[in-house]
Design a protein around this ligand. Structure first.
Ligand SMILES: Cc1cc2nc3c(=O)[nH]c(=O)nc-3n(C[C@H](O)[C@H](O)[C@H](O)COP(=O)(O)O)c2cc1C
Length: 173
């Protein structure tokens, strides 16, 4: 049984270079299990996940952002998507936090599985969302949130924290 430790959390770094080996289906399943274990406001779980391994599709996605070239190189791209209508009525913006929590869970699970990953931003940029919608056939009411490029790491950034005491406020600001 894999166990998430504080060390995994410090070891989570953005990995932008990957080997060619595919991510095993059981590992993909584990990543998605981790995603859907995330907390969500009112436990609404307003998420969907598109699993993309096809190289031509990944190349198209990579072209939608100047900062997402890794999506073409990594063997796997998971695209977390939000469905705001599933969120708490009148407070639908909570979907953004829900999707952030699920996304971070995928990144942490990747560390636990010995994989590398990087979060490439899509939301809140409308031009990236619309490009992703076109490529992946995402309906208008669903919001593509990010591209997660995932694979076997070909680089190993150092674990670390960015602890900054000045950002900690005791008892009051
Ligand atoms: C919302 C968000 C969007 C990001 N978008 C990109 C991106 O488009 N391309 C990229 O290479 N990294 C992206 N990153 C990764 C950050 O650059 C990275 O997390 C940051 O530099 C800290 O490095 P670390 O992840 O190794 O700790 C994004 C991270 C977040 C949280």
């Amino acid at each position: 049984m894999d166990k998430l430790t504080i060390e995994n959390l410090f070891a989570r770094r953005s990995v932008r270079r990957f080997g060619d080996a595919p991510v095993a289906p059981e590992q993909i399943d584990r990543l998605l299990q981790a995603a859907m274990a995330a907390p969500s406001a009112g436990n609404r779980q307003p998420w969907h996940f598109i699993v993309v391994t096809d190289a031509a599709t990944r190349a198209q996605l990579a072209d939608t952002s100047p900062y997402a070239g890794m999506v073409a190189q990594a063997p796997l791209c998971i695209v977390p998507c939000g469905e705001p209508a599933l969120s708490i009525a009148g407070r639908t913006d909570f979907w953004i936090q829900d999707l952030s929590a699920a996304t971070e869970n995928i990144l942490l699970a990747a560390v636990g599985l010995g994989l590398g990953a990087v979060w490439c931003g899509v939301y809140p940029l409308p031009e990236r969302a619309s490009a992703a919608r076109g490529i992946l056939g995402i309906p208008d009411e669903i919001v593509p949130f990010a591209y997660l490029a995932i694979g076997h790491p070909a680089e190993h950034p150092e674990p670390r924290t960015r602890y900054h005491p000045a950002r900690v406020h005791h008892e009051r600001w």
